[in-house]
Structures are given as C-alpha cells and as structure tokens.
Write a protein that binds this ligand. Sequence first.
Ligand code: PHE
Length: 342
Amino acid sequence: MRDFLADLQRLEEAGSGAIRAAAAIDRLEEVRVEILGRKARLTQLLRSVRDLPPEHRRTAGSEANRVKQRLQELLEQRTAELTADQKEEGPEVDLTLPGRPRWRGARHPCTLVTDEICGIFKELGFVRARGPEAETTWYNFTALNTPLDHPAADEQDTFYLDADVVLRTHTSPVQARVMEKTKPPVRIVVPGVVYRRDPFDASHAPAFDQIEGLAVDEGINFVEFKATIGYFVRRFFGEDTATRFRPSFFPFTEPSAELDVSCAICHGEGCSACKGTGWVEIMGAGMVDPAVFDNVGYDSERYTGYAFGMGVGRIAMLRYRIPDIRLLYEGDVRFLGQFARA
Ligand code: PHE
C-alpha cells in the first residue's frame, strides 16, 4: 500500500511537470497519452486497485482518481493556454496572401479562331454580317441557284422546321440577304452556326461553325480571289503554308473550287489530322454564279465577285491540335477552360 501511494505521488509530480513543460499542442497530446493513455502507469495502478487487500481499496482508489482528475484538469488548463498563445500570434487567416482567382470563363476555341479570321479580313476591308439560323428555303437554297430537288435540300441532309423553313445548312444565305439590301461593292465575312443531319463523330457535328466570305465589285476576278485567300492563309497559318485549289462544284459559284492548306501539324508529311495526305481542306469557294446576282437584283453583266465558306471547327482543330471535333461541342469546361487567357 505504501508503494502504491508513493507511486501515485511520483506520477502526479512527473505528470504535472510534463504538462507544464509541453510548449505546443502536439507535444501536449503526446504527454496526455503518456500519462493518461491506456498503457500509462497511472491507468495500470487504477486497474490494480481491485487486487489490493480489501481494507486498502477505498483509500487507494480515491487517491488514484484524485490524481487522475488533477492531471486531467492541468491538461485542460494547459490546452487553453497554448491555444490562446497561438491566437496571439496572429489571425489564422493570412490576410497578406493574394486573393484566389475566380473562374471568369474562357472564350471558346471557335470564337477565338472566328475573331482572328474576321480580324485578318477586316484589314482587307471586309465587315462582319450576320443572318438568322432558322432560314427560309428561298435564301438557303433557291436564291443560291440550288433547286429544291437538289440532294443538299433533301430531308436526309437538312433539318426542316416547316415546309419552307430550315435550320440553315450553310452561312451562304447571308450572301443573298446582304446583297438584297446593299449596293455593290460588298465585302463581308459572316460567322455563324449551321446545321446538317450528320452523325456526331470525330470529324462531323450536326451543328458547327462556319465563316462565309463574299466580295462583289466591278472587275473582281479569280486572281484577286487567289491573292486574297493566299494572304489570309499565310497570315493565319504561317508564311510557309502551301495552298492548293481543287476544282469542285457548288450551284452558287462558277467556277467552284475547294481549298486545301498544307497540314499545319505534320507540315505535309502525312499524319492522322490530314489522314496521311499532307493536306487539309478548309473551305469551299468560287466565283459567284451570275444566276445568284440575278436573284438578288444585281446587274450580272456589270458585277463579278467571289465567295467562300470555311469550317471554323476544322481550322480550330488544326490551330490547337484538337483530335476530335466533338470536344468543341460538348461543353466540357475541363476542355474549354484550357483556352482561358491569363
Ligand atoms: N456553302 C458551302 C458549303 O457549306 C461553301 C461555299 C461557300 C462554297 C461559298 C462556295 C462559296 O459547303
């Protein structure tokens, strides 16, 4: 019994000393485990009370509990002191840190490319124009010299909203709308979304971005067209970019051509972006068919012009090395956020 009480006294002294000496909250927690934890000597002593002769149990028990309680109180006191010290050191929030930047949104890669392209054409005297996405079959097809029995006007390829209203399949109807309202000369670029009943796969989307271009004046010829497009391509894709016109057909241009640029990704070597050919088609184009001038009331004997329509998505894919067109139209901010500018 005497040993028991002596042990207790030693533990009380050592324990309170350790508590006082603990200079930080972490250390204090260690001390708590050492003196009051499951394996602590005091805990063992408390447990051994029941093994003492019955006449000593009460004194031993109450003394051991007193020591335990005292140490617990000291621990609480010291905890309070240490937390107070920490507070005095300063606020837990560091007010000198720079603010967290807020998500301010980013411009869509198609918007970036559209603005850049329109900016280049602006320097050449082209102004921006717009037109409706729900378009009459007159502007979308007929005015553009495309009879309604042309395959492009087929319901298989075109979203009809009504017997004679469609989701425009290209930005070309804006050519006719602008010419009707404006006397030549005309130089416009027309960015906008167009719709086709195409599958949604790596290179097709049922809704996608185009930019139309139109220049009409007296004396405009294919040479001016080639020079203008060549200038645009070198400005946009780089000085060393090659261009190639391939004969083609559009009902509203004659002659018609498709324009390829040398692949910006592999520089003509052949890669998956250009399907191994070294060339990527970026636009359909041609000299405006006189029938279109007649439909909008322009004198087709006096005026000539050229028109082109390019796929913005494809150009954005080349510019930013985007492997799949769907990424542009899924609205995933993890993708789109990469185009945020600092
Ligand atoms: N509108 C055509 C298309 O979407 C492209 C084009 C525009 C062709 C202007 C010639 C002139 O495929």
